[in-house]
Design a protein around this ligand. Sequence first.
Ligand SMILES: [Zn+2]
Length: 309
Amino acid sequence: MGRRRRFPAEALVFLAIWPWLATAGDAGRLDSRLSGGGPVTVRLSPFAKPREIPKTLDGMRRLTGDDFLCVERGDCLVAGDLGPGEYEYLVDGVLDYCSAALRRVFFNRDSGAGKKVSIFVFRDYASYEAGLRRFIGMEPISPYGHYGHLQKYIVINYETGPGTLVHELIHSLMSEDFPEAPIWIAEGLASLYEQCRAEGDVLKGDDNWRLPELKEALANGSLVSLSRLLAMSPADFRDNRESLNYAEARYFCKYLEEMGALPRIYQDFRRRPEKDPAGILFVANTLGKPFEAIEADWRRWLRFQYWRE
Ligand SMILES: [Zn+2]
């Protein structure tokens, strides 16, 4: 199934193949498939001083100029230099559909924030690099994109696919809806839907490239326990096992989704995070069994998962 199919004109559509991630914090490592080697650390220039991001359509037009098409969709302002067909797919398909589906299921608390999210979509890496310098005032910190929490903006290199937009969109929605969310559920959900399909009016996560690393760690006994993963601080999560931690969080969220438990866990957790900041209690209560039994079941389920590029 093509990765740029129209959405939602078809009843069942795969969103995209692409990886992944990258909020500014995500962006420490590059995947070897794109970097052509092992993980690379990219750091924000210490001289970088992000510019003020426009929060009106006119402001976006003035900033980006004639090469960028600017539209407003709900609380999103989108500027992109894609061709008209791809732009329409990304804005009227992916953004519109995924935003509605994610709000319906997860991010439905009325935060009252109402601040616009400014989204910059660049057709390829050269445009992305130049655009980040001109519009944001920084060097790329990831080859894919990132979400800027303070000014509420998203930048994506569209070469990495529409899944990158969905990943960053989830960070933007969750930052209003559940700002206390621990990193396992923030990155687990964002990574789950970076590759997804539409089923009726909801999204379902599909298998993706993160699985082989996870299964290898499961096989060689190097996987950390779920209880340890859920208790990780952002710094722990992003240590030298970062990509494995993303994979484990993604596939734990996928398991919870398949159990029909993910929305309820998210919403119970969001309502009362002070009861258990790691969320272990909410997972155990929703699934109705001790967390050790959940971990054992998840590991059995994981052995059955399969993905081929
Ligand atoms: Zn992320």
